[in-house]
Design a protein around this ligand. Structure first.
Ligand SMILES: Cc1cc2nc3c(=O)[nH]c(=O)nc-3n(C[C@H](O)[C@H](O)[C@H](O)COP(=O)(O)O)c2cc1C
Length: 224
């Protein structure tokens, strides 16, 4: 099939979000000027730069009270955020933290999640999350949108500190089978990432040799 965005596709739901999958979940904690913490999941989220590393998340539409979502308003006010990585075990609390609640409500509290202080930024971390990226706000980019009520923003931040709990590491590397991050698919579907396969870069023999020297036991090698 082919359909043109903005025109009738004849399907029960627009399938485009099921085509760009899986999308990792950036569980974003911020803090406002008054010091109230905020937490919300964003699946329009990814790493998007290196040397130094950057991430992005995209707050779309409006807050239930009108105006920018808290994760956008707060980061523009206080210039810092944390990406807490979400695991299968934390899925229900993550979902609960997406509830549209009034401004000034701390979703750590409404989702039953303990806060843990960050090292380099003011927003707290989700204590139960095994990986946290402490970030400094870089900029907001506004993308085109079809209505003034539904605006498309992308927030970019630079990662300045990384916490990784020892329990999700094997031989000094993040072990996907221990980490078990969840990610968004289309519709109401999610996936949990717990296996992987390796493929050396075609033009990077030295790196391939290094990988051979320290093999990751869980990584399936493609059949010869
Ligand atoms: C798994 C998941 C992914 C989400 N991804 C996004 C997203 O990428 N962009 C967005 O604007 N809202 C997204 N939402 C909805 C927000 O989490 C929700 O609007 C939240 O209330 C925003 O909170 P805030 O105002 O505290 O930032 C997502 C919700 C869930 C459960």
């Amino acid at each position: 099939m082919f359909y043109e965005i903005g025109k009738k596709h004849g399907l029960p739901h627009d399938p485009w979000k099921s085509c760009v999958v899986p999308r990792p979940i950036g569980w974003i904690s911020t803090i406002n000027r008054a010091g109230i913490a905020n937490l919300a999941p964003y699946s329009f989220f990814n790493g998007c730069g290196d040397f130094p590393p950057h991430v992005m998340y995209a707050p779309l539409g409006q807050h239930v009270d009108g105006g920018a979502k808290d994760s956008l308003a707060n980061v523009e006010e206080t210039k810092e955020f944390v990406c807490n990585m979400c695991t299968y075990e934390l899925r229900d609390a993550m979902n609960e933290s997406s509830r549209h609640v009034g401004r000034g409500v701390n979703e750590f509290e409404t989702s039953g999640l303990a806060m843990e202080p960050s090292q380099m930024v003011k927003p707290p971390r989700v204590k139960a999350s095994p990986i946290h990226l402490e970030c400094r706000y870089v900029k907001t980019v506004e993308l085109p949108s079809w209505s003034d009520e539904y605006r498309n923003y992308v927030v970019f931040g630079q990662i300045i500190g990384v916490h990784i709990r020892d329990e999700v590491m094997t031989n000094g590397m993040v072990d996907i089978r221990k980490f078990k991050p969840i990610a968004r698919l289309g519709y109401l579907d999610y996936t949990v990432v717990e296996n992987s396969f390796a493929m050396p870069f075609p033009d990077n023999g030295a790196k391939a040799e290094r990988e051979k020297e320290s093999p990751r036991p869980h990584v399936k090698q493609p059949a010869e």
